[in-house]
Design a protein around this ligand. Structure first.
Ligand code: PGA
Length: 263
């Protein structure tokens, strides 16, 4: 696992965006072989999206042959709902870049047939040859996508009921009104994420420190879903000093030294 520790949110966002651009450019995608990105919502990736928009406008990266699969969507929120992830992605990323609408994939939270929707999503990923780079955030409890603690570490795309802490945390996006937060979601599974050729997890702020500690120094456990990244051949954690603040001093020194030697 690579662990990139940067000073602050802005530096993490820049590092992540540079890495995404580098991977896209290096793969020379075309219409038959697009570069496939897995994408998150939430506050963590916003800075990365802004930087990617800038780089796209500057001609440093093109999304013309990039296909995307978002991690999750609330059940019962239509795409035009301001808190739906369809809306989030359109407003914060897609409408600002040269991506083709046909290449954008999000789970449909308005479907009546959850099982079919989830199976079709997995099939669509497979049809494009799998995800090249899955980007995610983490919850304070170590969840990735909406795979809460206790989720099967080999889970696939499915319906998930959120735990109270996540609902409470996400109420900040619903004017603080907990009753407005949907309790169920469709989410890719941990196995779906782990199938990607590469997985990059971003974490910033002191409230992510415990999850980062368990993810990097703890044992693999379904109680801290992030810890499964230890089993990935190409896992990267990008975090700021605050999110790294519960790691042992030796751990921080070790990963910083490796990166210094690499650059
Ligand atoms: P955040 O959410 O980026 O808004 O902190 C991350 C998550 O819950 O996965």
């Amino acid at each position: 696992m690579r662990v990139i520790i940067k000073a602050d949110y802005q530096q993490c966002s820049k590092w992540a965006a540079d890495y995404v651009s580098y991977k896209i450019n290096r793969s020379h995608p075309n219409s038959t072989h697009p570069f496939v990105l897995g994408l998150p919502t939430g506050s963590t990736p916003l800075g990365m999206y802004q930087e990617l928009i800038t780089q796209n406008k500057q001609g440093k990266v093109s999304f013309e042959h990039v296909a995307t699969f978002n991690m999750d969507e609330y059940i019962g929120l239509p795409p035009e709902h301001p808190q739906s992830y369809h809306y989030f992605m359109k407003e914060n990323f897609f409408k600002h870049i040269n991506i083709q609408a046909k290449n954008i994939h999000l789970l449909n939270g308005m479907t009546r047939d959850y099982e079919k929707e989830c199976n079709d999503y997995e099939a669509a990923i497979r049809k494009l040859g799998g995800v090249d780079l899955f980007i995610g955030g983490i919850g304070t409890d170590g969840h990735i996508a909406f795979n809460e603690p206790g989720s099967s570490l080999s889970s696939r795309t499915r319906i998930k009921t959120l735990r109270y802490d996540t609902i409470k945390s996400n109420a900040r996006f619903f004017n603080g009104d907990i009753t407005k937060v949907p309790h169920t979601t469709l989410t890719v599974g941990i196995g779906t994420i782990m199938d990607a050729a590469e997985v990059m997890i971003m974490a910033t702020g002191r409230n992510k420190a415990e999850a980062i500690k368990h993810g990097i120094e703890g044992s693999i456990s379904h109680m801290w879903p992030i810890s499964i990244l230890q089993m990935h051949q190409h896992g990267i954690i990008v975090c700021d000093e605050e999110a790294a603040s519960m790691l042992a001093a030796d751990t921080i020194k070790y990963f910083k030294e490796i990166e210094n030697h690499a650059s």
